[in-house]
Ligand binder design. Structure first.
Ligand code: FAD
Length: 427
């Protein structure tokens, strides 16, 4: 990754300021420049751009965006080259502390101290935070050795430390699965992955490649109910759960370990959006966006994991380009298309992004299902569109393209999206 020099002089005004230089921020910055924004500033609090990709040294990125399988740092490097080609100002090591309602962006950095720049439009690409032990209320002692899987990934892959010698992983999200394999490769004994749900939370390919290939057991419908150790973690208590996800303590038992990694979900980092008064979707935890990825606060756009937790960086880049292009267009005086159709999560769908679309444009909409369907499944968008897919599972985001020709005859103002087994639809 090229290390960037902080711009020596920050302009006082930018057409577009992009907060966060992960895949979302980089794509948004490129999109803004491509749509004519003259001055674009891309800010990240880390010392190098790339976001979470920098610590994801495994392959599996870029199959859609670059038509090649890349590691996270390679994907970041490729995208950052586009950022440099587009002559975006990049400011690393700068924390964005606030965005005011008149779009003044307050920056804290070693290079510039406390500075404020004005923007005609702002794109939030802040990513997501990992849920911690406190968020899921695991009782017990408070020894060292309990940490989130993403922190362990950073320690191992970027800083060269092993978190321990014998690990239990709670949660089968992608970070936990990837870290099970990573620790095994480093000689750590991975005792098992424990998952509260009756199915894995991560991508199927990660279950196969990270657990099955390394003989690491996955215990479904099981959770950690106790943490024990005076200084360092000594053991955890695990218990199966019933259908209401209550621990069955009669069947609980202890597992010796010195490390407990938590991979129990990500939460969009929506504080800046919230402080502006932008409306938040109660299901995603991120700001509600229209088809330009504009939040309900005019001039402030959002994309990537800050809006909804994506499974693939490629999808993040795609939707963030939409946000950047719209921010660039708005900043240079263009009027954005007004949406006239609301998208609602229907049967077996937990959320839909964006939450509104326009019948005059082609949109890619993303959603997740609530329950897995392991056979032919029908995806329905009201009465205007119907697509059959082989199966759907909650860890894999589903995307649908909606073109104006599908919406021509539709006179309503809301469309429900459903995902149902084909066999039930026929009945
Ligand atoms: C362990 C793991 C494995 C994954 N594996 C794959 C895979 O194999 N294939 C794949 O396609 N995808 C994978 N993903 C998903 C993909 O990496 C993410 O979806 C993507 O990185 C999200 O991009 P983002 O830009 O929204 O957020 P991030 O990458 O998290 O970037 C957000 C950026 O915002 C910055 N920031 C936050 N707050 C501030 C602030 N106040 N001021 C300044 N900067 C700020 C952060 O420093 C960070 O750089 C994986 C993710 C993880 C965690």
């Amino acid at each position: 990754m090229p290390v960037t020099d902080a711009p020596r002089h920050l302009a006082t005004h930018y057409d577009v300021v992009v907060v966060g230089a992960g895949p979302a921020g980089m794509a948004a910055a490129v999109g803004a420049r491509e749509r004519g924004a003259e001055r674009v500033l891309l800010v990240d609090r880390d010392m190098e751009p790339g976001g979470i990709l920098l610590q994801c040294i495994h392959a599996g990125f870029g199959l859609h965006e670059f038509r090649e399988e890349l590691t996270g740092p390679e994907y970041a490097q490729r995208f950052f080259e586009r950022v440099l080609e587009q002559e975006v100002d990049v400011l690393s090591g700068a924390h964005v502390a606030d965005v005011t309602r008149d779009l003044r962006v307050k920056l804290l950095s070693t290079a510039h101290g406390v500075t404020t720049v004005d923007a005609s439009a702002v794109v939030l690409g802040l990513g997501a935070r990992e849920r911690t032990r406190a968020a899921i209320h695991i009782p017990g002692d408070r020894p060292s050795g309990v940490m989130t899987a993403g922190l362990a990934q950073r320690l191992v892959n970027l800083e060269g430390y092993l978190p321990g010698r014998r690990a239990v992983i709670l949660g089968s999200g992608d970070i936990g699965l990837v870290m099970a394999r990573r620790l095994a490769l480093e000689g750590v004994e991975v005792v098992g992955v424990y998952e509260l749900l009756p199915h894995a939370s991560g991508l199927t390919r990660n279950v196969v490649q990270c657990l099955d290939d390394f003989d690491i057991p996955l215990h479904l419908s099981t959770t950690v109910v106790g943490v024990h150790g005076r200084q360092r973690l000594e053991r955890v208590t695990v218990a199966p759960v019933d259908e209401a996800r209550r621990a069955v303590m009669a069947d609980a038992h202890d597992v010796d370990c010195d490390t407990l990694l938590l991979s129990v979900g990500l939460v969009p980092d929506a504080d800046l959006a919230r402080s502006l008064g932008a409306r938040i979707d109660p299901v995603t935890g991120g700001p509600i966006v229209d088809s330009s990825m504009q939040t309900t606060f005019p001039g402030v756009f959002a994309a990537g994991n800050v809006v909804h937790v994506n499974d693939l960086a490629d999808w993040v880049s795609r939707e963030s380009r939409v946000a950047g292009e719209a921010a660039g267009a708005l900043a240079t005086g263009a009027r954005l298309v007004e949406d006239d159709i609301r998208l609602l999560p229907g049967e077996n769908v937990s959320y839909v992004v964006p939450q509104t679309i326009s019948r005059t444009r082609t949109h890619t909409v993303s959603f997740r299902v609530k329950q897995p369907i392991y056979g032919p499944t029908v995806l329905r968008v009201g009465d205007v569109h119907r697509r059959k897919v082989r199966a759907v599972v909650p860890p894999e985001m589903v995307t649908l393209k909606l073109a104006p020709r599908l919406l021509e005859g539709f006179r309503g103002s809301a469309l429900r999206i459903d995902a149902v087994p084909e066999s039930e639809e026929a009945r």
